[in-house]
Design a protein around this ligand. Sequence first.
Ligand SMILES: [Zn+2]
Length: 282
Amino acid sequence: MLLALGGITLSANGCANAAPGSAEATTGVPSIARATPTTTAPRTTATTTTTTTTSTTTTTTTTVPATTTTLAWQQFPKAAVQPVFAAHGSAPVISHINTTDPVLFLTIDDGIVRDPRVPAFLAEHHIPATLFIVPGAAHQDPGYFEQILALGGSANSHTRHHPDLKGKGVDEQKGEICGGAAAMQATFGSAGHLFRPPYGSWDGTTMRAAAQCGMTAVVVWRASMWDGHIDIQGGGPLRAGDIVIAHFRHDLYDNLVLLVALAQEQGLTLARLEDYLPAAPG
Ligand SMILES: [Zn+2]
């Protein structure tokens, strides 16, 4: 199916950027983490799809900061969300957040091309993004990414050298995953606890290595954007809880324009993935 949208062509059934060993394989094995409402939030539930068992012993409550203006994404989550835990020493692989909240999540990878229109567009539309940056790009131009991080997201490991991890030994995978997180910490003063495998390629060793590096989730995606197109695994349209991947490339600005249009069409708000995958308590 092809849709023309603001001069951009949307292919809902494209097949590029298929991720080996990724997302779809994980969605059939949900474990349920039932959320406990906060004192003020409406009673809704938020659950997380994982490949492994999720502990349900601890609840993290998210409160909206007492600022004069509440941004759209700050209305979410509507209910408290429980942290995802590494079960049996493996970080779960997550492609979609099961939630009743009308939210989408933007993730952006790599960082080689740094279009100045992108931070401005994200700021104008108050869109937080979860970043998975290669260390070299972060080191080259930290200020560029800090403009985006200031909107609410975090900088996370995308490995040190961007290899295809699948099939590699645990020590090599750990070196890449832990090294990526350490580079984010060194460059930005903080690092997130999520991990995105290059090319969406991972195996069971990746899940164990990520957990050993302190990562709480291996984050893949359900929708990917390229050249002003979107690919949605399992078919469109975008739905609540979808994780979207884009890259810091020359097409990013066009992809973001399309994403905002599609989100509006579906009544979805681009919210913070970090709020739906909170850190496990100390
Ligand atoms: Zn990448």
